[in-house]
Design a protein around this ligand. Structure first.
Ligand code: HEM
Length: 530
């Protein structure tokens, strides 16, 4: 990374002018949470913040009794009812057993599980400016052993704020994010072309669709953060790009090993287990490939830049931030790229599936796309604003197939939730996967009904505003939300515009850091003649 450091210093000098560009939104030090591109204000609501002092003590909160010292840990081992791959089912089961709030000790950790959107609102109103969540221990440990900084995902307090604020104006400020639209349209078109040519006579993809989607999301996030094209989706490439291969391979190995290390007993702290060694290698491979593409971006000068790219990339923007070390800068970029691959790719699979299984919805979405951009037209920023039904389909898909089943927060003070006093330092789990299925908060949850998210639609009652928040809420919500929403809207619009989508199987989910699609059948894509 010596070279990266050198480049970083050069870029700092060159980037002096750029420092003033894009200094809006999150850079000011006061962060306004984003209004979702999907058209729903993600700002914190107007519910009560003061708590009645008559609240019941924590001890009275329902929950599994568990054993001394280890609590209900056994429930999550092969001897108990829950499986790691289906951990989200345990969240539904606890709701059935104990209702909308429960407490549970698992090993040496104390959790409170929250299902009521009023509590979710209260929690995010109380979390303060530097929210904390449960550290990802295995990730923290690997970074420590590799001598790297913790990064935005694991940092807390002022350091987190520094890393986050450096990056968020480029990713959350609507003016900056709309610059990504032409390039995302081009990347999505590349995916569509590959789907068109890569089909069998029975119209099933003969190419690996999951792999293609991961290339699409990698290409999109690299282009948005570094301003370079990897060319992942080019079919005419003779030799596959080594950096792309390394990034995809290591992120695969990372996702395969991480859940066991993060959710199972931390044996890796005692000795280097096989899973740990694989995880360590994946991290090394990932960091060195990410370092090389950062170098590539720093090496490219204005004349080599793709004309569709914004003038100042996120990388060029953060290298001007004097408070960041070179290690911080590399870590911000590598985390953004990593967080942006799997999450968006799996979300797209779920969207293709819900389209396939809801033909009338698919037809409505197609009608909207054809009315807004015409058959085969490009998706512009203005068009994107008008694709309201497509965006509602994406939001509804997140409700039914969330990419993340839970989020969590750790507060440094007491909070009252559902009438119980929750002490500081308890891990408060927000289980939106379940909340999105509860009829008291989302009417007719068994119906796939995108119209429930349309502001002007009066055909059905609106869900509780805090019931479905796929990107989280507040100052620690997903920094890539706008980018991900743009990517998904553009690609989904193009897919329904150009194909009739069907699927002969059923979709299930495997619990993972990002929930993995588990599809029993295959998709079929029939090209629509324009
Ligand atoms: C469909 C796609 C995505 C989904 C569903 C998603 C969802 C989330 C969620 C739920 C969180 C935690 C929020 C909270 O606790 O309140 C999060 C955090 C985060 N996401 Fe995403 N995300 C997606 C795409 C992306 C992309 C494209 C990027 C990068 C450009 C990204 C980068 C991050 C980072 C760095 C964090 C940690 C933020 C922090 O600690 O301040 N995500 N995401």
């Amino acid at each position: 990374m010596k070279r990266a450091l050198h480049q970083h210093l050069v870029a700092r000098k060159l980037g002096a002018d750029a420092a003033t560009i894009g200094r809006t939104g999150g850079d000011s030090g006061t962060f306004s949470p984003p209004t979702s591109v999907l058209g729903h204000a993600d700002h914190v609501g107007t519910g009560p913040t003061t708590q009645p002092c008559s609240a019941r003590p924590f001890d009275e909160m329902p929950g599994p009794k568990g054993l001394p010292l280890i609590g209900s840990l056994m429930d999550y081992t092969p001897l108990g009812p829950f499986r790691l791959k289906k951990l989200h089912e345990s969240f539904f089961e606890r709701y059935r057993q104990f209702g909308k709030i429960s407490k549970e000790t698992i090993g040496n950790k104390r959790f409170v599980s929250v299902y009521d959107p009023h509590d979710i609102e209260t929690l995010f109103r109380t979390e303060g400016p530097n929210p904390s969540w449960m550290q990802l221990m295995a990730l923290g440990e690997v970074r420590k052993r590799l001598g790297k900084s913790l990064g935005m995902i694991n940092e807390t307090g002022e350091k987190w704020r520094q890393l986050r604020y450096a990056a968020q104006s480029k990713l959350l400020n609507p003016k900056n994010v709309c610059c990504f639209v032409p390039i995302l349209d081009d990347i999505a078109q590349g995916f569509v072309e590959n789907m068109r040519v890569g089909r069998t006579a029975t119209l099933e993809p003969s190419i690996d669709m999951d792999a293609e989607l991961r290339k699409w999301s990698l290409e999109s996030v690299v282009s948005a953060t570094l301003g370079i094209r990897l060319g992942c989706l080019q079919t005419n490439r003779q030799i596959p790009d080594k950096d792309t291969e390394d990034l995809l391979e290591s992120s695969d190995a990372f996702l395969e090993t991480w859940p066991t290390l993060e959710l199972g007993p931390p044996l890796y702290m005692l000795y280097p287990t096989k899973t740990w060694r694989k995880f360590l290698r994946a991290n090394e491979q990932w960091l060195s490939a990410a370092g090389r593409i950062i170098d590539r971006s720093l090496d490219s000068n204005g004349s080599q830049r793709d004309p569709l790219q914004p003038e100042v990339t996120l990388l060029e923007h953060i290298v001007t931030r004097k408070e960041l070390t070179p290690d911080d800068i590399v870590m911000i970029i590598t985390e953004l790229i990593f967080a942006g691959i799997e999450s968006t790719a799996v979300a797209m699979t779920y969207n293709l599936y819900t389209m396939a299984k809801n033909q009338a919805v698919q037809e409505n979405a197609r009608r909207e796309v054809n009315a807004v951009v015409g058959k085969g037209g490009k998706i512009t920023h203005d068009a994107l604003k008008s694709l309201k039904y497509v965006k509602a389909c994406i939001k509804e898909t997140f409700r039914v197939f969330p990419v993340f089943s839970m989020r969590n927060r750790i507060l440094d003070r007491e909070i009252v939730l559902s009438g119980y006093r929750v002490p500081p330092n308890v891990i408060i789990r927000v289980l939106s996967h379940v909340t999105g299925q509860l009829p008291e908060y989302v009417p007719e949850p068994d119906r796939f009904a995108p119209e429930r998210w349309l502001r002007d639609d009066t055909s059905m009652p609106k869900p509780h505003p805090f019931a479905v928040r796929p990107f989280g809420v507040g100052s620690r919500s997903c920094i890539g939300q706008r980018l991900a929403e743009q990517e998904l809207t553009i690609l989904l619009a193009k897919m329904v515009q150009q194909f009739h989508i069907e699927c002969d199987g059923e979709m299930d989910q495997i619990f993972n850091i990002a929930n993995k699609p588990d599809l029993s059948g295959t998709f079929k894509f029939t090209e629509l003649l324009n």
